[in-house]
Design a protein around this ligand. Structure first.
Ligand code: IPM
Ligand code: MN
Length: 350
């Protein structure tokens, strides 16, 4: 029987609530499709930090490296200053494990089409993938503060864009586009950010020509407008780290909300595990209320299973979410879990 070691890092807020559901549906799908998951719980996050002062201890990181994949819930808490966990855990994992692609599919699922304002204006559906560069740009950590506390205090954040970093990300996106519609859109702000924009444009033109995909370009502000007004023009979008962060929240809002949005932080070279997490974050306002929607975590799990080669199980998770949404969704985390489990039980092993 195929087996996988998966580290689960539930983290903060609603993270543990949605990851518990994701683990159950993965185990259930595994029983039907002939694989077993050995879970390796990893209790990092705000509680661990407040108790020990540690964010991501080196020995824990070394253990995480040994997993086949990492399933992450959410990181961030009002009781910890902003940035400590985000930079120290999430961004450090992205850098240390070289997760240079952040893959964020956004699809207006069939069951939601009728409720959608874009659809009601007669626009075609939304079915796109954002390939967000995940290790560089404004997230690289370059910058600092000088003259702190004086009238001349100066804060800088520098956007790092390396030829190698841009190229490997664009290559991944172009290959993805080649297997879909053959269309790739670069989103940037090349009319203002002329240095980075020029590098991204040159690389995208070269790679698109080499891989035989059609390249389109949109400034990030216009891309937001098109996402709302004419989303059918997009199939695969490739963009830098911060633009990708922003437009994927918009794309999520347009396709049923953050509660449904999945993501994969991918190391395409497979020199280590990739990290899969729902986009929604820790949502401290609803943590503990039992209302968290586990669909984003379950769809992230589907991405993870696909990455591991378990395509049939991944398809089952996707279709189970669609079926539950088609029946009107579920009011609580528990009701979602039961409905997903009942749906999965209907599917036969292939
Ligand atoms: C996301 C989040 C993170 C990001 C934060 C929490 C560091 O917003 O995954 O989209 O900006 O990448
Ligand atoms: Mn974000």
């Amino acid at each position: 029987m195929r087996s996988y070691v998966i580290a689960d890092l539930p983290g903060d807020g609603i993270g543990p609530e949605v990851i518990a559901v994701a683990r159950d549906v993965i185990d259930q799908a595994g029983r039907r499709h002939g694989f077993v998951v050995h879970w390796r719980p990893c209790p990092l996050g705000s509680e661990h930090y407040l108790r020990t002062g540690q964010v991501l201890p080196d020995d824990v990181l070394e253990n995480l490296r040994k997993a086949d994949a990492i399933l992450l819930g959410a990181v961030g808490s009002p009781s910890v200053p902003p940035g400590v966990l985000e930079r120290g855990l999430l961004l450090r994992l992205r850098a240390e494990l070289d997760l240079y692609v952040n893959l964020r599919p956004s699809r207006l699922r069939p069951s939601l089409e009728s409720q959608h304002s874009v659809m009601s204006r007669g626009a075609p559906g939304i079915d796109l993938v954002v390939v967000r560069e995940n290790t560089e740009g404004l997230y690289a950590g370059a910058g600092g503060t000088v003259h702190r506390g004086t009238a001349f205090e100066t804060a800088t954040e520098e956007s790092l864009n390396t030829r190698a970093g841009v190229e490997r990300c664009v290559r991944y996106a172009a290959a993805l586009a080649a297997g879909r519609s053959g269309r790739l859109t670069l989103v940037h702000k090349a009319n203002v950010l002329v240095h980075a924009g020029d590098l991204w444009l040159r690389v995208a033109r070269e790679v698109a020509a080499e891989q035989g995909v059609e390249l389109d370009y949109a400034h990030v502000d216009a891309a937001c407008l098109y996402l709302v007004d004419d989303p059918g023009r997009f199939d695969v979008i490739v963009t830098d780290n911060l633009f990708g962060d922003i437009i994927t929240d918009l794309a999520a809002a347009l396709t049923g909300g953050l509660g449904l949005a999945p993501s994969g932080n991918i190391n395409p070279d497979r020199t280590g595990p990739s990290v899969f997490e729902p986009v929604h974050g820790s949502a401290p306002d609803i943590a503990g209320t039992g209302k968290a929607n586990p669909a984003g975590a379950v769809l992230s799990s589907a991405l993870m299973l696909s990455h591991l080669g378990e395509h049939a199980a991944a398809a089952d998770l996707e279709s189970a979410v669609d079926a539950v949404l088609g029946a009107g969704g579920a009011p609580t985390t528990r009701a979602w879990a039961d409905a997903l489990s009942a749906e999965l039980a209907k599917r036969v092993a292939r």
